[in-house]
Design a protein. Sequence first.
Lengths: 284, 329
Amino acid sequence: MVHNLSEEKLKDLKLKANKIRKLVIEELSEAKSGHSAGSLGMADIFSAFYFHILDHNPKNPNYEERDRLILSNGHICPVRYAAMALSGYFPLEELKTLRKFGSRLQGHPHRTSLPGTETTSGPLGEGLSQGIGIALTANLDNKKYHTYVIASDGEHEEGNTWEAAMFAGKNKLSNLTLIIDRNNIQIDGNTEKVMPLEPLKEKYLSFNWNVIEVDGNDIEEFIFAIENALSEKSKPTVIIAQTVPGKGVSFMENDYLWHGKAPNQEETEKALLELNAIERKLNA
Amino acid sequence: MLNPNLNLNEKLFDNPEKVATREGFGQALVRLGKINPDVVVLTADLKESTKCEEFAKAFPNRFFEVGVAEQNLAAVAAGLGVSGKVPFIASYSVFSPGKNWETIRTTIVYNKANVKIAGHHAGIITGPDGATHQATEDLALTQSLPGLSVFIPCDAIEARKMTVESAEIEGPVYLRYSREKTPLITTEETPSPKGKVATFWTSEKPQVTIFATGHMVYYALLAAKNLEQDGIQSLVINVSSLKPLDEEGIIEAVKKTGCGVTVEDHQIIGGLGSTISQVLAKNTPAPLEFIGLRDVFGQSGEASELIKEYQMDEKSIAEAAKKVIKRKG
């Protein structure tokens, strides 16, 4: 990871995030189903990962020393697919096959279908455990790669998440970083109404984790948090990233009804207009 | 008579030595630890009863205690598996693959992670612990998962051999073990099954084919001996690999007799009986009788008491054999 984040680089990451959002809208519109809000909310973090943080090689996705990025909440895979395509894993054109028959871009990620996805996910609560296994292998084999796991806030209702949190804390897995997409929504509504999760920070602290809270739509702040996580050598780090679900598309922002819905033609055009406006602003 | 070509235990009908199949698992782990540096073992607070202790002592840095957390057990192993390790996960079958079935489905099997799932304390012979701990549905849960191999060793020696061999298979495997000591049926010289069925009891003019799996092979052999005394000739086939299944071997064995009995310490729904029915229905329809749990849970008791109560003993098998012979057209 490049530690110095120049103005120019930051602007590029913001533009890439916006481009990812546009691709997400186009993918979902073409697929006619899928998860809009979480995908848009995490575009900044995915831009930071694929274009700054990760040691990866789109042309050789399985090289052994690569950093591992595990997506536990597999339903936001449109954002991962967009970031992967944009960084050269496969042609942008292939994004149109999302959720379609014969596609490598399954409705929820399938490791052996699409190299670079690292794990198969969708059923919630399982990603942190898998990340732990991958981090344990790094320790056993003295590999230097870092394992990052992205998980949703809603999937903290799964017991498996806490089984994993306990294990990582006990084993002091400092080569593991968890990023929680704290967007406060899930299918049935606001997370705090469905099942209160707070105080989340204190929960992780009590499980012996290093805890950082950031604005997950602020790329600079997020990258700074990752640097902090990488310098922690005695325990795993969790970055609780507050994100705005539907970010960048005004009529989707903070509305849980967009959790599991794709835009229709009219909504797609409206969303792209808004994202194009943001792009012009960034370039100005 | 016992198949003379397979070097089976000569003392099988004369107070045979009894060893639990879980012991074979424990011995195999230690052997694997020595020959394969990528083998790692994980348990969910059942190190002693699943016989991981020796491995844990010999290879402490390759042993992981996850606590009473079977979902984490499966998914951590999946992560180890996709990154180059050969993880064995040990718990009771009721919990793994019982409690963590979907985790196994997604993160191990669909994900093609190279994980070996060791299901211990399977069957009603788990005994005094009661029905909560007697897994009698695990074969249905596992054999329905696409691409998951399912092995059921008949004794401790076969258990050791099959466990060692499972590490050589690239991909997920489920192995089923018992808590109770059961007779040694095979010997060191008995050839390893390697995915094939084996005829343990042969007759010149067999009238019925008895398919048995796991420790129930012993009861099937006792039944064959009793039937012989009643003038009825039979075949006993050890089915130690439920998946992949040696369909050819099964069809061939049934063609010799025209009828069969299936014998398993499992529900008769979704296990050996269902699977053999499917093979026969498609290839060579023949009457079948089923020995196993008939849509009921077990209860506390000694293994021998339970085997008798649920009509899975040699007498019940022999009766089923006589019945199915009569059903032949």
